[in-house]
Design a protein around this ligand. Structure first.
Ligand SMILES: CC(C)(COP(=O)(O)OP(=O)(O)OC[C@H]1O[C@@H](n2cnc3c(N)ncnc32)[C@H](O)[C@@H]1OP(=O)(O)O)[C@@H](O)C(=O)NCCC(=O)NCCS
Length: 168
């Protein structure tokens, strides 16, 4: 598996994935504005496509929440990263791909020696995602409302990162 930057050539694919019920269920209230965002490369963000043998299977976004321009995370410390992730096709769920994607994304985040921790914000109702993050070493921080979404915030501190699991 590898992660590569998403581009405007991925527009149709990302829109297709956005319509899949398991993707809608995990993120019902967000419009990702792909048409505009895929052509932008702000310094506080990476939008990445995971591929297996050149087949795109999922999407990962990594942001610096202190610099992100909509101020989604509010008043948040510097030197963090926040991740969004989904697998595109339902048939690709539960095969270990998401774990591998997160391992690669976490490696990317912690390669910057300044980064102290990584945040995720699954819906409070997404109990399978909670288990997924907990297995990667994330710890529950708080329940928090983001816009219309009732979320659980999880945090992985650098010291709790199982980097020995990352196989390239
Ligand atoms: C969460 C997700 C990225 C995990 O990737 P994956 O390849 O399915 O997961 P893996 O095979 O590596 O690990 C299996 C675990 O993933 C989680 N998982 C599997 N299917 C899931 C689904 N439809 N929704 C949420 N989590 C799921 C579960 O924790 C599962 O463990 P379990 O079988 O013990 O419940 C993927 O399931 C997904 O894209 N889900 C829908 C979108 C989503 O919930 N994204 C996270 C939002 S914060």
């Amino acid at each position: 598996m590898n992660l590569r930057p998403a581009t405007s050539a991925d527009l149709t694919l990302l829109r297709h994935w956005d319509e899949q019920p398991h993707v809608v269920a995990s993120d019902p209230n967000d419009d990702w504005g792909w048409e505009i965002e895929l052509d932008r490369n702000p310094e506080w963000r990476e939008q990445l496509i995971a591929e297996i043998d050149s087949r795109p299977i999922g999407f990962i976004q990594i942001i610096d929440p202190a610099l992100e321009e909509s101020n989604y995370w509010g008043d948040v410390e510097t030197n963090l990263r926040a991740i969004d992730i989904w697998i595109g096709e339902e048939t690709d769920l539960g095969k270990g791909y998401g774990t591998k994607m997160m391992q690669l994304a976490l490696f990317r985040c912690f390669t910057d020696p300044l980064v102290t921790a990584v945040l995720v914000d699954p819906l409070a109702s997404n109990t399978r995602a909670h288990r997924f993050y907990e297995r990667l070493g994330f710890q529950f921080v708080e329940q928090r409302r983001f816009g219309n979404d009732d979320c659980f915030v999880y945090r992985l501190n650098r010291a709790d990162w199982h980097h020995e699991n990352t196989i390239h």
